[in-house]
Design a protein around this ligand. Structure first.
Ligand code: SF4
Length: 834
């Protein structure tokens, strides 16, 4: 499949830039030198997938090897999927538009159970059979990894191999084994699977058989005389782990659009409901020097102005105050913001409060999880009501306007009294508001007992029970200053089903996909009616998986997956939960969960005090700034026509920063970079005459700025000229643009043009952003219009009447072209450069 086919689709779909694959730091390799091609597949939209840090790590690790090419592929949105099907095109990777089927391996990231139908959609669009047993040597090996791999059974039949645990080393070992296998001219998939099965952390589902006893309980046993359990792969520390310091900078509006530095992996708190807290043990903190070094490199390579410190519990990072001091000393003057995803109630020290004040206030989120102290003790949350109230008070006092609170309903042993306490807690916190304008956002989800946690044996709340509790809270919190959000309990039901399901659920997935289920995690796409039909069709007894309290002697479908946390520990924690007894943070005291051998695998803590004298960064001295405003003329051609205006602002700002050009900022509470664009060109229009204004703090020769920017801009954007701006150039509001239009489908009719030319008035109706309608006479806007052929047209449009229209308006009104004919036309804005 060639580029031309993709170009047929891009003008017709929403957010076309998500399919371009030419982002800064994306890697497009020449296949002449490649032995192994791996597609890194993410079963959700580009905006979600590009925000997944794990995918960036794997992309970076694999592409470091000269003979390996790793390319990305994301689940196409529904409109793109429809075009692929209509044009009988296969799903392609982003970088080289290579059909998925032509890769040697396809690795899916499984982060969320409700993405499973998208895995099938992607295989289907690629023309790859769903079941591993149906794939011969002509198909790639389909592998998976990510947190869902800790119960791989519901999707076990679809994958050749599943990676359990940290993937950094495993994926390289698997790649090496594949190359060796290929070089040896082996003609059996099984030989490679055998090799892979010897790698720690690799599960080969076809080498294990699912057996069911008379009660329907699944036990998974090795088919050959192999190891009965698959042991999780753990990297001993982050310090020496490969890190993507040149991450891909996504186009559009990704969920996370900033530098992300994983400051630690694993959590020591021991919350009993939290699967991540169990399966990522032990805690491994990165050193302050390492974090600063990686952060500086990542900022330089991306041009981002935000750094997020990632971790399961960032405020637990041992040297957080010291780290923030160091980062802020360097970044504050450069307008680089530092943020962290959430704050743990009770962990805000005075030092931290002062530092947090300086970082951008993106939202203050705390997760009490349960409303009553009894229930918080049951789940080992280890925060008190005083912690919650004082954290909220501190945040409000520091100027936060919105406080976000997360709760779960349906936690083990929960009663109506606990729900009452949840409501009371929100009322108490509402009273703490200093300003009437501040608000408390409350989110509630139904608790899902997850494998490898002490609550893996507990029952999940039924749909009715969850709905009843949510209704009650909703009614009680229908008060000013509180916004209540909840997860659809039907979504939670399906999440719970897949989380603790067994291999028999594979047929349900195929059935539901066949009925049209896709993007089940997206509320606008979720079709519970289709799921209900699929459940009925396949005879799956959902109560068996969801509503039963399991006996601790019952075999569990994931018993053959060894995360390192022992079953004895989980049972002990379950018993303590039943007595509402707490377990200490394992930073203070090891609770013998079984993960650490205390030689190679042990907690790695990074302790510095704020008084430490080590300095990993050079502090910036405030200097006198001389502002210069530049006028930059640039072209936007080819693939760049798919960038929307907001995307373009980010693309330019990041290119400017990567080029080392210092931008001027506005004054005030939220200083903004001084950049503005003369025209907001709609998506799909090319131009050879765009203009932007940029204020810089240090004057550099315009030719040097032009050269530096052109080295940093993505394909299709090119600076043509740059000079210092004189005032009249920025105030000229008269705009006269000429355009050339070439139709790819449909025809221009001369008669239509004649009718227009003979008429005195031809109006189009426009609605502005506020919904106000107005009529624009095209006769006053079109200065010239000339057909060069029945597919080519030139026109000049002016705003001197106070109104402006775009070529699409002209094509529609005068030539009566269809939306598709207009969208696929090549429209180029012409003009002389400055
Ligand atoms: S073995 Fe001890 S120190 Fe290691 S993760 Fe488990 S509880 Fe923590």
């Amino acid at each position: 499949m060639n580029m031309a086919n993709i170009n047929d689709i891009l003008p017709l779909v929403e957010q076309p830039s998500r399919y371009l694959g030419s982002e800064i730091n994306s890697i497009k390799k020449d296949y002449n030198n490649i032995k192994l091609a791996i597609a890194l597949a993410f079963p959700d939209l580009y905006e979600v997938g590009t925000s997944h840090f794990g995918l960036q790590i794997l992309y970076h690790i694999l592409n470091r090897h000269e003979n390996i090419a790793a390319e990305r592929v994301f689940a196409p949105a529904s409109d793109f999927e429809a075009y692929l099907r209509a044009l009988k095109m296969p799903l392609l990777s982003l970088e080289n538009q290579k059909p998925l089927k032509e890769f040697d391996m396809v690795g899916f990231s499984l982060l969320y159970e409700l993405n499973y139908t998208n895995v099938l959609m992607m295989l289907d669009l690629a023309g790859i059979p769903f079941y591993s047993s149906e794939r011969d040597l002509s198909y790639p090996f389909i592998i998976a990894g990510g947190p869902c791999a800790c119960n791989p059974e519901p999707v076990a039949d679809f994958f050749d191999a599943i990676v359990v645990g940290d993937g950094e080393h495993v994926v390289v070992e698997m790649a090496r084994a594949w190359i060796k296998w290929k070089d040896s001219n082996y003609n059996s998939r099984k030989i490679l699977l055998k090799e892979w099965s010897a790698i720690k952390g690799v599960y080969i589902p076809s080498f294990f058989e699912a057996k069911y006893d008379n009660k329907g309980f699944q036990t998974v046993l090795p088919v050959f005389n192999g190891q009965p359990r698959v042991v999780r792969s753990i990297i001993p520390d982050l310090e020496n782990a490969p890190f993507p310091d040149m991450p891909v900078v996504p186009f559009g509006r990704p969920v996370h659009d900033r530098v992300r530095i994983e400051i630690s992996r694993g959590c020591t708190r021991g919350c009993r409901f939290c699967q991540a807290g169990m399966i990522y043990r032990p805690v491994r903190e990165r050193s302050v020097e390492n974090i600063i070094d990686l952060s500086n490199k990542s900022i330089r390579s991306t041009g981002y102005e935000d750094v997020s410190l990632l971790s399961l519990s960032t405020t637990d990072y041992c040297s957080l105050s010291y780290l923030l001091e160091k980062l802020m000393a360097s970044y504050e003057a450069k307008h680089i913001a530092v943020s962290f995803p959430s704050l743990r109630a009770g962990s805000l020290t005075p030092d931290l409060v002062n530092l947090v004040k300086k970082v951008r206030k993106t939202g203050f989120t705390i997760a009490p999880e349960a409303g009553s102290q009894r229930l918080r003790d049951v789940i080992n949350k280890n925060i008190t009501e005083e912690d919650i109230i004082s954290s909220v008070n501190t945040a409000l006092g520091m100027g936060w306007q919105v406080i976000k609170l997360y709760f779960m309903i349906g936690l083990p042993s929960e009663t109506d009294a606990d729900i009452t306490e949840l409501i009371d807690l929100v009322y108490r916190l509402r009273k703490e508001r200093i300003r009437k304008s501040s608000s408390i956002n409350v989110s509630v989800t139904t608790f899902i007992p997850k494998p490898h946690t002490p609550f893996q044996w507990n029952a999940q709340n039924s749909l009715d029970e969850s709905s009843r509790k949510i209704e009650r809270i909703k009614k009680a919190l229908n008060i000013s200053g509180v916004h209540f959000k909840w997860q659809n309990p039907k979504v939670s039901l399906l999440e719970g089903l897949w989380a603790r399901g067994d291999r028999r659920l594979g047929k349900l997935l195929v059935n539901a996909y066949g009925k049209g289920c896709r993007f089940d995690g997206w509320s606008d796409k979720f079709r519970y009616d289709l799921w209900e039909n699929a459940i009925k069709d396949t005879g799956v007894d959902t109560d068996f998986y969801l509503l039963r309290k399991r006996s601790i002697s019952e075999p569990l479908p994931w018993d053959h997956i060894d995360t390192g946390v022992s079953k004895e520990f989980l049972i002990c924690e379950l018993e303590k939960a039943e007595k509402a007894e707490k377990t200490d943070d394992c930073r203070n005291q090891c609770s013998s969960c079984g993960v650490c051998d205390f030689t190679r695998i042990k907690p790695k803590i990074c302790c510095y005090s704020v008084d430490s004298t080590e300095s990993g960064i050079v502090e910036t001295k405030e200097k006198q700034k001389h502002y210069k405003k530049l006028i930059i003329n640039y072209s936007k051609l080819g693939p760049a026509r798919f960038f929307g205006h907001l995307e373009l602002i980010n693309i330019f700002l990041r290119a400017v920063r990567r080029a080392g050009i210092e931008v001027g900022y506005s004054e005030g509470f939220h200083p903004m970079p001084k950049i503005s664009f003369e025209d907001t060109l709609p998506i799909g229009i090319e131009s050879v005459c765009e203009t932007l204004f940029l204020t810089v703090t240090e004057y550099t020769q315009p030719e040097i700025i032009t050269k530096k920017l052109n080295e940093e801009l993505p394909e299709g954007l090119c600076v043509i000229a740059c000079k210092e701006c004189v005032p009249e150039e920025k105030t000229n509001s008269l705009k006269i643009y000429s355009y050339e239009v070439t139709l790819m489908c449909g025809k221009l009719c001369n008669e239509h043009l004649k009718i227009y030319e003979m008429s005195d008035k031809l109006e189009i109706e426009k609605t502005n952003r506020k919904g106000k309608r107005k009529f624009i006479n095209l006769k006053e806007v079109i200065k010239t219009i000339r057909m060069e052929s029945n597919s080519r047209l030139k026109m000049t449009l002016s705003n001197e009447s106070g109104n402006m229209v775009r070529p699409a308006d002209v094509l529609k009104k005068i030539f009566q072209l269809t939306d598709e004919e207009i969208k696929t036309a090549r429209v180029v804005k012409l003009g002389a450069p400055i």
